[in-house]
Design a protein around this ligand. Sequence first.
Ligand SMILES: C[S@@+](CC[C@H](N)C(=O)[O-])C[C@H]1O[C@@H](n2cnc3c(N)ncnc32)[C@H](O)[C@@H]1O
Length: 147
Amino acid sequence: MTIITRHGSASLHTRKDGSKRLFINGRLWMTNKEHEYQEHEPIKHMYGHLVLGGLGIGLAIELAKQNPAITKITVIEKNEDVIELINTDVKVVHADVYDWVPNEPVDCVWLDIWVDRAGGTRSYLTKRYEEWAGVVLCWPSKWWAKN
Ligand SMILES: C[S@@+](CC[C@H](N)C(=O)[O-])C[C@H]1O[C@@H](n2cnc3c(N)ncnc32)[C@H](O)[C@@H]1O
């Protein structure tokens, strides 16, 4: 059986076995399959104030909470429906990662807004956030590629 919860353009499909799928405007955006955990592995190495670009189902938040070196989490999410749908006790800012500017020091940034994997948008965003943070990675970057 699948339980479906919705808010506007966003819907979360949760199965009895715990598997989750987030759809936005009918398109699959995120799951909690094993490969997603593997692809979010860099979060295990991050520290201090972590900024997460894209709330999704909150898998990155889950990993960040397991890392004691992370002292603060701020999530930037542009879709209000996703914010309403996904419950989290972490601070979520309703903004676009292309516009948002931090008003306090940031140590690490993990961007997972599902833009092109290797093209200009990705390198543009990385450069933009490197202005404020020492470590900036975009999904599906590997931690060891940067360090
Ligand atoms: C692949 S999901 C993120 C999954 C997330 N890492 C997790 O752990 O569940 C991408 C998210 O980024 C959001 N998003 C897309 N473009 C964005 C933008 N320009 N600024 C902020 N959020 C954006 C989408 O609404 C969606 O919630």
